[in-house]
Design a protein around this ligand. Structure first.
Ligand code: UD1
Length: 369
């Protein structure tokens, strides 16, 4: 390895980051085999650290072991932000990189972007420009801060391009490349596999739902959460609801006196098992953002328990519908689904499995100027 070759720090911190960095790393490796000069250093901040939230994703997606793990662990928003900044700054002072590449909207994304930019290291943001408009979501603050100081933006949609142009970003800094999370999905569609409990639970394609909930607005208040689960139970016509429980949600779930009969509560699932479940589900009930993109590409009906989305194309083009956070909205929507009235949906432009390659090629050009 030659130290004059540009070094990119690729930052990964929390579960939804891992599927986004995998195709970029693969594409940089492939370019190097063909004479590319770019090298990367994979920095795991340690925001997610359980094997169920982190390690298994690295194994299944063939992501190399991180070159550095900052091991920040859990904490409040400010504690995590501060810990990541302090530890990443120390790393950069010992060993500078030429670019900090951040993905998505988690705390690690914002914290590393600020740290690098303050040391005059340029920042590129993959999935830049998306906006929910909802400042109560920590992710929205992370997006706004990251985008206000990033040098280059790799975007998933024309809506994101428009948001960035509106905030004063000129076209030379903007690269509409598509969606790396979808690269990972398309590359793994043939490898998806049922989880161990599939047969034992009597699951068959089209005869169960998948549900994920982890937003504070939906899961932090015990009484509201209980009402929400009751409404799901009453609307699914006796079909099982597979519910992989995020650590944050597990705390609230543990304090309920009883759980509705339809719920099949399981641990957070690894990537291949989770997407197998989604692909074959009658529908998905979620408050996630990324899952609405995956259901759009797999053509699975998706019901989102939020009032806003930073991914409007999953609604305008895809299979997603926003129903708000009032549990009473679930029954009529699920009745429509059972009646076969769900929209078909189509796949957004450039969500074609080649986004990682486009990003690597652009970085190679930008950093060798
Ligand atoms: C984070 C992201 C969110 C993403 C979600 C996916 C931010 C602001 N939020 O939220 O965008 O959708 O990840 O999972 O970055 N915990 C564990 N084990 C772990 C990680 C966390 O037990 O490996 C526990 C923590 O102790 C905490 C809770 O899970 O109690 C929440 O973790 P945290 O990373 O703070 O935020 P998430 O809600 O996971």
């Amino acid at each position: 390895m030659n130290s004059t070759e540009p070094l990119v720090d690729v930052i990964a911190g929390a579960r939804p980051n891992f599927m986004k960095v995998a195709p970029i790393l693969r594409a940089i490796d492939a370019l190097r085999k063909n004479g590319g000069r770019l090298r990367y250093r994979l920095v795991h901040t340690g925001q997610h650290y359980d094997s169920r939230m982190s390690g298994e994703f690295f194994e299944q997606l063939g992501i190399p072991q991180p070159d550095v793990n900052l091991e920040v662990g859990s904490g409040t928003q400010a504690e995590q932000t501060a810990a990541i900044m302090m530890r990443y700054e120390k790393l950069l002072m010992q060993s500078r990189s030429d670019l900090c590449l951040v993905v998505g909207d988690v705390t690690s994304t914002m914290a590393c972007a600020i740290t690098a930019q303050k040391l005059c290291i340029p920042v590129a943001h993959v999935e830049g420009g998306i906006r929910s408009g909802d400042w109560t979501m920590p992710e929205e603050i992370n997006r706004l801060v990251t985008d206000s100081i990033a040098n280059w933006f790799f975007t998933t949609t024309e809506v994101a391009n428009a948001n960035l142009r509106h905030s004063g970003v000129d076209d030379e800094r903007l690269f509409f490349v598509g969606n790396t999370m979808i690269d990972t999905l398309l590359a793994n569609l043939d490898r998806l596999r049922p989880p161990g409990f599939w047969s034992e639970a009597g699951l068959t394609p089209g005869n169960y739902f998948v549900m994920t909930l982890h937003r504070p607005a939906n899961v932090d208040q015990v009484a509201d959460f209980e009402r929400l689960l009751g409404a799901v139970d009453a609307a699914v016509r006796g079909l099982p609801v597979v519910f992989p429980v995020h650590p944050r949600t597990a705390k609230t779930l543990a304090s309920l006196k009883a759980q509705p009969a339809s719920l099949l509560v399981v641990d957070p699932q690894p990537y291949l098992e989770f997407n197998y479940l989604v692909k074959h589900a009658r529908g998905v009930i979620t408050d996630s953002g990324g899952i609405t993109e995956e259901t759009t590409v797999m053509g699975v009906p998706c019901i989102t328990l939020r009032t806003t989305t930073e991914r409007p194309e999953t609604v305008t083009l895809g299979t997603n519908e926003l129903i708000g956070t009032d549990p009473a909205a679930l029954k009529p929507v699920l009745d429509r689904l059972f009646d076969g009235q769900w929209k078909q949906g189509s796949i957004p432009e450039k969500w074609d499995g080649r986004t990682g390659e486009r990003i690597a090629a652009i970085l190679e050009r930008l950093l060798n100027r």
